[in-house]
Design a protein around this ligand. Structure first.
Ligand code: NAI
Ligand code: MG
Length: 356
C-alpha cells in the first residue's frame, strides 16, 4: 500500500521536526509493505508574510485531492493581531471537517513511578467555540453572551470515535505487551448537573453511542465524570484514565492540563481527525527560543506520525513506532535537552530508527 502524505512544516522548529517525521515513515521496516509519497505543502506565519495567506488554497486543495493524511509542524502566531492573519490549523479543521482532536498522553515507564497512558478525545466543531457572541448595553452596563451549541450528531460521532480508539488502543497494547489498563475504558466528561440541556444532551448521546454491541462486546467499559472533579482526579490519579471524551471547551482545557503530567511538551502528539482523513500534529508550538539549534525534541512529531497511521488503519506500523519511542525513553541514554539530556534532534531520531 502506498500512502500519500502532505508535509506542512510551518514555522520555527516545525521545520526541524517534520523532516524527522518523514525520515521515520521512510524507515519503517519493509515487512510492513508500506510505501509513502510525500507532498511538500505550506502554511503558517512565514507563508503569510511571503504570500499574504496563512493557509494557501493550493495547500487545502492538495490535502483534499491528493493526500491520504498529513503531518503538520507548528505555526507562530503574531503576539498582537495582524490584519488578514488567522490560524491555518483552525481553518484546516473547518475546511476538512476534522471534527476530533485526539491527544494521547503517556508517561515514561520507570520503576516505582505511576504510569500514565490516556488519550483525550475532544469534539472540535461546536460547543462554545461556535464563536456566536454578542455584547449589548443595559442600564447596569455591558452584557456579553456566547452560544454553547451541542448537537446529537456531533456528540454521537465523537463518542463513537472514542469507543473505536478504546478498542484499538487495547489491540495495540496487547500486541506491545505494555498495558497498564486491563480492559478498555471510556470516561465521558460533562457538567450536566448544571447544564442539563447542553451537557445533558452530550452525556445521554455519548452514553447511547457507547452502548452499541460493537463496544459492549469489545469489553469497553463506560463511566462518567463531572468536569471539575475530573480535573482533580486527573492530577491525583492520572493512571485511572484510558480514553476521555469531552465537548470542545472541556476537552481543550483537559488536554493541555494532561500534557503537563508528562516531562515535556516535546513528547505529546495529537491528531486532527475527520472521516477518512487525519493530520498528525505535535502539541507544541514553533518554539522560537530553541529554533535553529538542532535540539528540538522530535518525539511529539514521531508519535503524531504513528497516531496518523492508526487512523489510516496501519496499526502495526503505529505500534512499532510507539515501541521504538518508548524504548528510547526508557533507556534514557539519548535524550534531548528538554528531558535533561544532551542529544541533538538527529541523534534522538537515529536512536529511534535503529529500534524500529
Ligand atoms: P511552544 O510550545 O512553542 O514552546 C513552549 C516551551 O516549550 C518553549 O520553552 C520551547 O522551547 C519548549 N518546547 C516546545 N516544543 C519543544 C520541543 N519539541 N522540544 C524541546 N522543547 C520544546 O509555545 P510558546 O513559546 O508559547 O509559543 C511559541 C509560538 O508557537 C507562538 O507563536 C505560538 O503562537 C505558537 N504556538 C503554536 C501552536 C501550534 O502550532 N499548534 C501551539 C502553541 C503555540
Ligand atoms: Mg489548547
Amino acid at each position: 500500500r502506498t500512502l500519500r502524505i502532505g508535509l506542512i512544516p510551518g514555522d520555527g522548529i516545525g521545520k526541524e521536526v517534520i523532516p524527522a517525521g518523514r525520515r521515520l515513515l521512510e524507515s519503517l521496516p519493509a515487512s510492513l509493505n508500506l510505501k509513502f509519497e510525500f507532498l511538500d505543502l505550506y502554511a503558517g506565519f512565514e507563508t503569510f508574510e511571503r504570500t499574504g495567506a496563512a493557509l494557501p488554497e493550493a495547500t487545502v486543495v492538495a490535502l483534499q485531492s491528493a493526500c491520504d493524511g498529513a503531518l503538520f509542524g507548528a505555526v507562530s502566531s503574531p503576539s498582537s493581531a495582524v490584519r488578514g492573519y488567522s490560524s491555518p490549523i483552525v481553518a484546516l479543521r473547518k475546511k476538512l471537517d476534522l471534527y476530533a482532536n485526539v491527544r494521547p498522553v503517556k508517561s515514561v515507564r520507570s520503576p516505582g513511578a505511576k504510569q500514565i497512558d490516556m488519550v483525550i478525545v475532544r469534539e472540535n466543531t461546536e460547543d462554545l467555540y461556535v464563536k456566536e457572541e454578542k455584547t449589548y448595553d443595559t442600564p447596569q452596563g455591558k452584557v456579553a453572551e456566547a452560544i454553547k451549541r451541542i448537537s446529537q450528531r456531533a456528540s454521537s460521532r465523537i463518542a463513537t470515535m472514542a469507543g473505536e480508539i478504546a478498542l484499538r488502543r487495547q489491540k495495540i497494547r496487547k500486541a506491545g505487551g505494555t498495558s497498564i489498563h486491563a480492559s478498555p475504558l471510556v470516561t465521558i466528561t460533562h457538567k450536566s448537573n448544571v447544564l442539563s440541556q447542553t451537557d445533558g444532551l452530550f452525556r445521554t448521546t455519548a452514553r447511547e453511542a457507547l452502548a452499541t454491541a460493537r463496544f459492549v462486546d469489545g469489553g469497553v467499559a463506560v463511566e462518567e465524570q463531572i468536569v471539575d472533579s475530573m480535573v482533580y482526579k486527573l492530577f491525583r490519579q492520572p493512571e485511572a484514565y484510558d480514553v476521555i471524551v469531552a465537548p470542545n471547551l472541556y476537552g481543550d482545557i483537559l488536554s493541555d492540563g494532561a500534557a503537563a503530567l508528562v516531562g515535556s511538551l516535546g513528547l505529546v502528539p495529537s491528531a486532527n481527525v475527520g472521516e477518512g482523513f487525519a493530520i498528525g500534529e505535535p502539541c507544541h508550538g514553533s518554539a522560537p527560543d530553541i529554533m535553529g539549534q538542532g535540539i528540538a525534541n522530535p518525539i511529539a512529531t514521531l508519535r503524531s506520525a504513528a497516531l496518523m497511521l492508526e487512523f489510516l488503519d496501519e496499526e502495526e506500523a503505529a505500534a512499532r513506532i510507539y515501541a521504538a519511542v518508548d524504548a528510547n525513553l526508557e533507556e534514557g541514554r539519548l535524550l534531548s535537552p528538554d528531558l535533561g539530556g544532551t542529544a541533538k534532534t538527529e541523534e534522538v531520531v537515529e536512536d529511534i530508527l535503529r529500534r524500529l
